[in-house]
Design a protein around this ligand. Structure first.
Ligand code: ADP
Ligand code: MG
Length: 334
């Protein structure tokens, strides 16, 4: 799916972690955390990435942002290959500031001894977003107001804030260096439902105000779909589906996605739908089986599914699925 217009393009990206050996001559095995992942993100859109815990979402984001080295594959930002840069390269630094990550728990990344204002204005100065300390302070106070915090927050310390407030501070810190692309990794997962909605709405309004593009990662499809234009579904390190928001309810979705969709809570007045319960947990990503990664838990599995891995196919315009159910050749044989 090469797309020259894309803001971000990921091609055949893989990340394997070696597993510690227990015996001297044991063959080296690897956690296939991310395997052969390709997709692109267009400027101005929100791409959701969803999948159960352990499906490789965070590793994918970390590998794209070069927080961990890739095993193979390439990443292009604005058409420029960024996987080749040496760490610390000036150009890499410049591009890295355009891509920011917001984590589940911003508290873990805030220095408890540093005032909120300093934690935000210092990277601003270091990145050249402000030319003086006074200017950095002024911009920081403005940004705090934009996310709904009082400017006095500047002189407070991280422990003085609730989860929702800390997440707003994390957002300001990312915004401070003027990013174009924001990776939000489980950014609202730890928040209470009512606060979750407020922060999601904040993400939406900031998107327009600052011309942002989001990659919004989460394990909960009901949250991810709320904010996403397109959705990428991961399972055990692989992309199973890339779909537009509307196609999520089409008949041609991956059985795994169907199960995720069926788990979305609905208002109690809505007609009851059939909930698809997946048996068992996500299997180990160490030496994953041949065939489809999902076949052991799939309620539509066919004999070939455990033998041959399905290709990614475009089943409707802009809707890609990795499933033998939608293989035209095999459908003819059946
Ligand atoms: P998700 O974010 O979807 O929950 P992760 O990317 O955290 O998934 O993990 C994907 C897989 O990679 C898991 O099997 C996890 O145990 C493994 N993994 C993640 N980080 C490491 C690491 N640093 N070393 C070894 N294995 C890892
Ligand atoms: Mg994760």
């Amino acid at each position: 799916m090469p797309d020259s217009e894309a803001l971000l393009r990921v091609e055949h990206l893989s990340k394997f972690f070696p597993v510690k050996k227990h015996r001297l001559f044991e063959e080296q095995s690897y956690v296939h955390a991310v395997e052969d992942v390709s997709f692109s993100v267009n400027a101005g859109e929100t791409l959701g990435i969803v999948g159960e815990s352990g499906s490789g979402k965070s590793t994918l984001a970390r590998t794209i942002l070069a927080l961990t080295p890739s095993t193979s594959g390439d990443v292009y930002y604005q058409g420029e290959k960024i996987t080749d840069f040496k760490v610390g390269h000036a150009e890499q630094k410049r591009l890295r500031s355009q891509m920011q990550m917001i984590f589940q728990d911003p508290y873990a990344s805030l220095n408890p001894k540093l005032k909120i204002g300093d934690a935000i204005s210092e990277p601003m100065l270091a990145n050249g977003q402000a030319s003086s300390r006074a200017e950095a302070e002024k911009k920081t106070r403005e940004l705090l107001e934009v996310v709904g915090l009082r400017p006095e927050v500047f002189d407070r310390y991280p422990h003085e804030f609730s989860g929702g407030q800390r997440q707003r501070i994390g957002i300001v810190r990312a915004l401070a260096v003027n990013p174009k692309l924001m990776f939000c990794d489980e950014s609202v997962s730890a928040l209470d439902v009512s606060v979750q909605a407020q922060v999601l709405n904040l993400f939406n309004s900031l998107k327009n105000e600052f011309n942002l593009t989001y990659v919004f990662i989460g394990h909960d499809l009901s949250v991810v779909r709320y904010i996403s234009d397109r959705i990428l579904v991961m399972y055990l390190g692989k992309v199973m589906e890339i779909t537009g928001y509307d196609q999520l309810f089409s008949e041609k979705t991956h059985p795994y996605t169907q199960a995720l969709v069926s788990a979305i809570p609905e208002p109690s007045t809505a007609p009851r739908k059939n909930r698809i319960i997946l048996e068992g947990d996500i299997p180990s990503a160490v030496n994953p089986p041949k065939g489809c990664r999902f076949c052991q838990r799939c309620f539509k599995a066919m004999p070939e599914c455990s033998e041959v891995e399905p290709e990614m196919r475009e089943v409707e315009p802009g809707h890609f699925v990795r499933c033998h159910l939608y293989d035209p050749k095999e459908a003819n044989e059946r």
